[in-house]
Design a protein around this ligand. Structure first.
Ligand code: ZN
Length: 85
């Protein structure tokens, strides 16, 4: 059996399950960095987030994967250090 990815719901502490896909039809969650980023480019101007459903309170929230988040965090710290952000 394939391992189902779960995480703790930040709202109620319940169990969240990751969606199978990032998009359904036109619906999708995304985010665009307000600085020049290594995570985006001409062909990929946005970062796609994956929706998670909380099985306890029913909230659906989108999260960016850890690797991308780490990169953005580093970039943000760098931007902040230069006084631009
Ligand atoms: Zn919840």
């Amino acid at each position: 059996m394939k391992k189902i990815e779960t995480r703790k719901c930040p709202l109620c502490g319940g169990t969240m399950v990751k969606s199978k896909t990032k998009r359904g039809g036109y619906a999708r969650f995304f985010w665009a960095p307000p600085w020049k980023s290594r995570t985006t480019g001409m062909l990929k101007p946005i970062i796609e987030a994956t929706p998670w459903l909380c099985l306890d309170c029913g909230a659906v929230m989108a999260f960016v994967d850890d690797e991308t988040r780490e990169t953005l965090r580093e970039e943000y710290e760098k931007e902040r250090a230069t006084g631009i952000v």
